[in-house]
Design a protein around this ligand. Sequence first.
Ligand SMILES: [Zn+2]
Length: 275
Amino acid sequence: MTNDFEKVFDTAAEPQDYTGEDGLLYCGSCRTPKEAYFPADKAALFGRDRHPAECDCQRAKRLEREAAEQRRKHLDTVEDLKRRGFTDSKMREWTFANDNGKCPQMGMAHSYVERWEQMKEGNHGLLLWGKVGTGKSYFAGCIANALMEQEIPVRMTNFALILNDLAASFEGRNEYIDRLCRYPLLIIDDFGMERGTEYGLEQVYNVIDSRYRSGKPLIVTTNHTPDMLENPQDTAHARIYDRLIEMCSPVCFTAKNFRKEAAKAKLDRLKELLK
Ligand SMILES: [Zn+2]
């Protein structure tokens, strides 16, 4: 026991270390002390006058180790959030860094992330609408990736998957919907209810309404126009759309169809090759 206690106070000396003018052990590399004196009252308590201390190079090494550990922990957290947050691993590629700069609305995605605290505070959702292939999902994916990289949980999914999950849910539908509503940001991609069954519409309403009551923001991408949402075909659709319009501000995507453009570029390359 005494030996263990002694060890705590023993300072490991390297061959190049030396004793300074104050009688303390000094590091031979950085020439700062590896020991410190106890205050006089404590010295009597411990039966000795000094205890080990970090010299400058030991401190620098420790800080470096701690920073590396911090970075590793951060990367692990982000990895875990993305694994849980995305339904498809290709969504991980939808980042500001990978953006081709062709989507004129992208500045708004940057602002949404930069002002996330205000977006959350004011429960500001977005309804990203426009034709297929105009970059709506990419826009939403950029927000999701950027927030998750700040360790903010985001869930990006769609109603086809939600309805599947609800049908196969062992934990109970309410628990599943509660879990969706716990995410600070929920993104529902590719919203479109034209072929909805009565059961499906009921579940969609449950999810949208629960999210509404959670007071947390929702981002939806859809090929519907706000005009279509404001003039629903029946009351089942009407109550879903009413909630959506209340929660989400419309953003119109008018850009050229990127997928068509990419396909045309590919065709042009092929024509060139076949000349
Ligand atoms: Zn040192």
